[in-house]
Design a protein around this ligand. Structure first.
Ligand code: DAH
Length: 339
């Protein structure tokens, strides 16, 4: 029996190491270790052994089984290492091949110019504030000197969410929100989306962007406003830019004005771009109304301030000679790729 066992072990080792793939290996496993395999068959013969012989042979059977199992495991590892090597050889990667370039996106023209505007004002000591687009009537109108029955409400075709909640029609509410939170000196710009119930055409969109500005401190005068806004225009449109201030009316500023720049195409002669005017309107501005300061808890006897509001789309359209506001929102790659 001992010889039989040794013969089985020798055979098993030979067949296992000859197995060239997983299927051969499994066949060999069944042949030697399976329920109907050679070792099992031999175990059945143990019955005929004398009780003295049994322990020694039993031990030997176990040793042979362990040796076969080890040989099986070794061959399995060998095969899988061989398979891996073959796969790596087949999958060669040439790192010197030229790559396929990833297409670069473009910054949206609105974002591009807004970044420039922020940069200009940050350089002048302003910080950037952010506020909600769904706004209380109080901040959008009431606290800006525009009570419920004020005619200025009609000119700002408002989207009402409820009696007291609107989609903000202007970023001017950020003046109030800022003054409620911070005490002077205040020096902020607040860019953001605004909404008006306008039909869209080449110059109107129900969604557009404004940049609000607010400065409050002791001794702030109209000359400060003019100085800063002229500087802003020159930084944005070039040093030779000519500006003018025209008297205007806004409920939350007194006095109020609009700032124009001389048409950069015709230099004041009058052309199609400036509709024959020679000037292009850029922003609304004025000295913060004392009543607005008061409503925000700032003493108008002690402090004064100025504010301004710039339309971003109009600024960008002038800058890049874009003649239709809708191009900004249509995401046409052919348009966007130009910036
Ligand atoms: N909020 C005004 C508008 O939407 C623009 C404006 C005018 C803002 C004068 C101001 C300002 O801060 O002082 O038409």
């Amino acid at each position: 029996m001992k010889q039989q066992l040794e013969a089985i072990l020798a055979n098993a080792k030979k067949e296992l190491s000859a197995a060239a793939n997983a299927r051969d290996l499994d066949a060999a496993r069944v042949k030697f270790l399976g329920k109907k395999g050679e070792l099992t068959a031999l175990l059945k013969g143990m019955r005929d052994l004398s009780p003295e012989e049994r322990p020694a042979i039993g031990q030997l059977v176990n040793d042979v089984r362990a040796a076969v199992e080890q040989a099986l495991e070794e061959q399995r590892e060998k095969l899988s290492a061989r398979a891996l090597e073959a796969r790596l050889k087949a999958e060669t990667l040439d790192v010197t091949m030229p790559g396929t370039g990833a297409a670069m996106g473009h910054q949206h023209p609105l974002e591009l110019v807004l970044d420039e505007i922020k940069e200009i004002f940050i350089g002048l000591g302003f910080s950037v504030a952010d506020g909600p687009e769904v706004e209380l009537d109080y901040y959008n109108f009431e606290a800006l000197n525009i009570p419920k029955d004020h005619p200025a409400r009609d000119t700002q075709d408002t989207f009402y969410i409820s009696d007291n909640v609107v989609l903000r029609t202007q970023t001017s509410g950020m003046q109030v929100r800022t003054m409620e939170k911070k005490k002077p000196p205040i020096r902020i710009i607040a860019p953001g989306r605004v909404y008006r119930s306008d039909a869209s055409d080449a110059t109107h969109s129900p969604l557009f962007h404004q940049i609000e500005g607010l400065v409050v401190d002791q001794g702030i005068a109209m000359s400060d406003l003019k100085g800063i806004l002229e500087l802003f225009a020159k930084r944005l449109y070039g040093d030779d830019t000519v500006v003018r201030f025209r008297p205007h009316h806004f409920p939350f500023t007194e006095p109020s004005a609009e700032m124009d720049i001389q048409c950069y195409r015709c230099h004041g002669e009058g052309c199609r771009l400036c509709k024959g005017e020679g000037w292009i309107e850029i922003l609304g501005c004025g000295m913060v109304h004392p009543h607005v300061l008061e409503m925000c808890g700032i003493d108008p006897e002690k402090y004064s301030g100025y504010a301004f509001g710039v339309g971003l789309e109009r600024t960008v359209m002038g800058r890049f000679k874009i003649d239709d506001i809708r191009l900004f929102y249509e995401n046409d790659i052919r348009f966007l790729e130009q910036f």
